[in-house]
Design a protein. Structure first.
Length: 153
């Protein structure tokens, strides 16, 4: 009897895990439109600016919205630049590289500096996620607005 109970428990755990994996396959990946612009500041020194719509539907300012966009720029050797949030929210960051092609990683993260009271912030669902990287040519895409469709990892 004791072993029967353990066997049933094991079978239930395996079945439950299998249904979790099947549910995960059906998850629709989020997409987000984003416009970016790269500017050359000096030799091998650039800025990337992004224009996102987080919080627009709720009429939230950049300093009020409970989530913000973060950015990491990688070249062939290492991290060339990043933005993870500031007390005064920003939508740009600078980076330095000698490479022509960089990979840009965007993600949505909780804004730890939000001016919105904590009780108000709790009303918004957690939308944190990472997006697939975007490959950009910093030599040929300068000064032009690039419209992207970010896709969740």
């Amino acid at each position: 009897m004791k072993y029967s109970f353990i066997l049933l428990l094991f079978l239930f755990a395996c079945t439950n895990e299998q249904s979790k994996n099947e549910d995960e396959k059906d998850v629709v990946k989020r997409k987000m439109p984003l416009t970016i612009k790269i500017k050359c500041e000096a030799e091998n020194s650039y800025t990337i600016a992004w224009y996102d719509t987080l919080g627009k539907q709720q009429n939230l300012s950049k300093s009020d919205r409970p989530f913000h966009l973060t950015c990491a720029i990688m070249d062939s050797k290492d991290t060339a630049g990043y933005y993870n949030g500031l007390i005064n929210p920003s939508t740009w960051t600078s980076f330095g590289t000698k490479d022509s092609i960089v990979s840009v990683y965007f993600s949505i993260a909780r804004n730890q500096f939000s001016q919105l009271p904590m009780e108000e912030q709790k009303k918004y669902p957690d939308i944190s996620c990472e997006f697939l990287p975007v490959q950009l040519n910093v030599k040929s895409n300068l000064e032009e607005r690039i419209n992207l469709q970010l896709t969740e990892k």
